[in-house]
Design a protein around this ligand. Structure first.
Ligand code: SAH
Length: 678
């Protein structure tokens, strides 16, 4: 079945009706899902297997039949482990239909048809009894329902229900328990993802400082988790203010309560400083003894030999509502509050215990300043990037004149303020927070789409300077910000003949890379702990090929180390001084491989040429050493196009030593199609 879905094209801005196959969503879910990454997570798999074996033997030692309930079976992996470990019967529950179907096939292929019953239901719909989905309650509860925040995928309500209705009292649980750890830190880098720092602008009439409104200063932000690959955060980007503290544990073998609650711990800072951020991660003990432990602890906490890379579980960054000075040795109370699905933190000076308890705010944080709704964490980071701001200031200074009429097209941008301080008489802006800087009468906000801009919006003036970062909240892939070009084209009739467009142009860049780890998320698994999971591999491959042309996907590469195998190459340019052309822009050629390694894919990014000699890159910042290690813009996602098969060159003389490419920008649809061949 086909359905029509309306959506705004992120690049051209046009409303379009796309014929969407009803399967598109779930193909996307499978193709972009973390199933492959989980199956590649050796540490997790081995420990689950050990924990399951131990649980089955404990039940058998008691002389009972081992009846397993596996909630969220996915590929059926944990049930197959249980059956192999000697479980008498497994009920494998999976709510996502395509996965439940895959589990049936995989279970069959591995010869467990008699031992495992796959049930395509949400666990809370499962019935127990002679005519029910399960004949009887289970005495072993196996699940893997955790996300980076532990509880974000609904593990707590699922366990609460399972203990009430699906498992016996005193059952064994794998994992047996989860524990959440926290560490208090000061980090200008991470804090810059949550608050806007003052921006200094050196203008002709002295230094101006753009300040954020007081509502923003005191705003608790949004409750959504900030999950990152904390292992990529260099130790000089944060200062540890406390030891690692155990925040709370959940025992999965006992009834679990999911209702909102809070946990408080006392801590004494090991260093004086500004408490800004709570770093957090968890571990799971697969058995009651705690001998089989799977941990997400970052590099400075655990030994490197035990290290497992994974992307389906990372670490969390929680922002305190306000930055708070702490003194070494002075007793503090850290409180974690949670509802069914999320966590947030508060820090207070220790007073009487009762007083502290009474003070705990249990409501989840709500953004009062709007900025946390308008800007996500990387965008805050980008706006706080002084170097970047400096490039814009430098180039604006060159192009602005006292009588400039300036129009800014970018979402939630500070450019209008910069332009005003740098001398533009009139600044027009398509979209927040001029009040704090008393600029309401200097900067005019136009509430219209570029194509419906009229001369009355502009008070009959022609625009002499058109500026954009460009940045649009709707952009997913780097080239989606080319919307600036389409908007520029739409306002052409309002531009003065001598108009200056800043940036004057943009270019698309490309480089072939070998990933240290990210390749795993798209790599077939074959067998996992001895179980044949090729059905899953095929399913992912099929979903990736669902659209005829493969698509590039956005990834923040500062979190995913890679090395360059080719030089970076400029592949397309977009001239913003002219309107968008009717014809497509395409290019082809070949790029030589300069280093030996595995070519996992190509990375693509945009660079914006603000003026002839001032550019900003949203991708590669530099290649840091002779090994080819890359440094990426930390605020942007780059586009990654994974090659369907890895091109390996062990020695440089080995062919292929070049990759050919064809890249096409369709100016009608705003889409970029690409093809690579060894
Ligand atoms: N057990 C597998 C897959 C884990 S992913 C493995 O360890 O490899 C978690 C799976 O649980 C997802 O497929 C999701 O669809 C499913 N799921 C989550 N909550 C569920 C619930 N309450 N009932 C049934 N399935 C659930």
């Amino acid at each position: 079945m086909k359905t029509f879905c309306g959506r705004a094209n992120p690049t051209t801005g046009e409303m379009e009706w796309v014929e969407e196959d009803e399967n598109y969503d779930y193909h996307q879910e499978i193709a972009r899902s973390r199933y492959a990454d989980m199956l590649h997570d050796k540490d997790r798999n081995v420990k689950y297997y050990q924990g399951i074996r131990a649980a089955v033997s404990r039940v058998k030692e008691r002389g009972e039949k081992a009846v397993v309930l596996d909630i969220g079976t996915g590929t059926g992996l944990l049930s197959m482990m249980a059956a192999s470990a000697g479980a008498d019967f497994c009920y494998a529950i999976e709510v996502f239909k395509p996965m439940a179907n895959a589990a049936v096939k995989i279970v069959e292929k591995n010869g467990f048809r008699d031992k495992i019953k796959v049930i395509n239901k949400h666990s809370t719909e499962v019935t127990v009894g002679p005519d029910g989905d399960m004949q009887c309650r289970a005495n072993i509860l196996v699940t893997e329902l955790f996300d980076t925040e532990l509880i974000g995928e609904g593990a707590l309500p699922t366990y609460e229900h399972a203990h009430k209705y699906l498992v016996q009292e005193g059952c064994e649980a794998v994992p047996h328990r989860a524990t959440v750890y926290v560490q208090l830190v000061e980090s200008k880098r991470m804090w810059s993802w949550n608050k806007l720092f003052p921006v200094r602008v050196k203008a002709e009439d002295g230094e101006k400082i753009i300040v954020s409104p007081s509502e923003m200063e005191n705003c608790p932000g949004v409750p959504s988790v900030c999950d990152i690959q904390l292992n990529q955060m260099p130790s000089n980007d944060f200062t540890v203010l406390s030891d690692v503290v155990t925040m709370f544990s959940v025992d999965f073998s006992k009834p679990v309560r999911s209702a909102s609650t809070s946990y408080s711990v006392q801590l004494e800072p090991v260093k004086s400083g500004k408490a800004q951020v709570v770093l957090s991660w968890w571990d799971i003990d697969m058995d009651p003894s705690g001998m089989i432990n799977c941990t997400m602890a970052p590099y400075w906490v655990q030994s490197t030999s035990a290290f497992q890379w994974r992307d389906h579980w990372m670490q969390c960054v929680y922002f305190l509502p306000n930055e708070q000075p702490v003194l070494q040795g002075e007793k503090m109370y850290l409180t974690a509050c949670r509802d069914e699905y999320s966590l947030w933190y508060n820090l207070q000076k220790a007073r009487g215990e009762e007083e502290n308890k009474a003070d705990v705010r249990v409501e989840s944080p709500v953004c009062r300043c709007q900025a946390h709704l308008l800007w996500n964490r990387p965008r805050f980071g980008e706006l706080n990037d002084q170097n970047r701001t400096h490039q814009y200031i430098k180039s604006l200074t060159r192009v602005l004149k006292p009588d400039s009429v300036c129009l800014c097209i970018s979402d939630g941008s500070l450019l209008p303020m910069l332009a005003h301080y740098l001398g533009a008489k009139q600044v027009q802006y398509f979209i927040l927070f001029f009040k704090a800087n008393n600029l309401e009468d200097k900067i005019k906000i136009i509430e219209a789409r570029p194509e419906s801009l009229t001369s009355s919006h502009l008070e009959d003036k022609k625009i002499s300077v058109l500026v954009g970062e460009p940045f649009f909240a709707t952009s997913l892939l780097p080239w989606h910000n080319l919307y600036f070009w389409y908007a520029r084209t739409a306002v052409t009739s309002h531009l003065a003949s001598s108009v200056t467009v800043l940036p004057q142009s943009a270019s698309l860049h490309m480089m072939i890379v070998e990933f240290q780890d990210l390749w795993r998320i798209r790599s077939p698994c074959g067998t996992c702990e001895g179980f044949d999971v090729r059905t899953m591999d095929d399913m992912i491959k099929n979903s990736l090929n669902f659209r005829e042309s493969k698509e590039a996907e956005p990834h923040p590469l500062w979190e995913y180390p890679c090395k360059s195998l080719s030089d970076p190459l400029e592949v397309l340019t977009f001239d913003f001084r002219k309107t968008v052309p009717q014809h497509c822009l395409s290019t082809e050629g070949s790029v030589s491989l300069l280093r030996k390694g595995k070519s996992h894919g190509a990375v693509l990014w945009m660079e914006y040429h603000l003026t002839a000699d001032i550019s900003v890159s949203t991708g590669l910042m530099q290649i840091s050493n002779e090994k080819g290690n890359c440094e990426w813009n930390p605020h942007c996602k780059q586009a990654v196009y994974f090659f369907s098969s890895v091109i390996e060159s062990e020695t440089l003389s080995d062919l292929p030593s070049a990759v050919t490419y064809a890249i096409n920008f369709n100016t009608k649809t705003g889409e970029i199609a690409m093809d690579f061949k060894p």
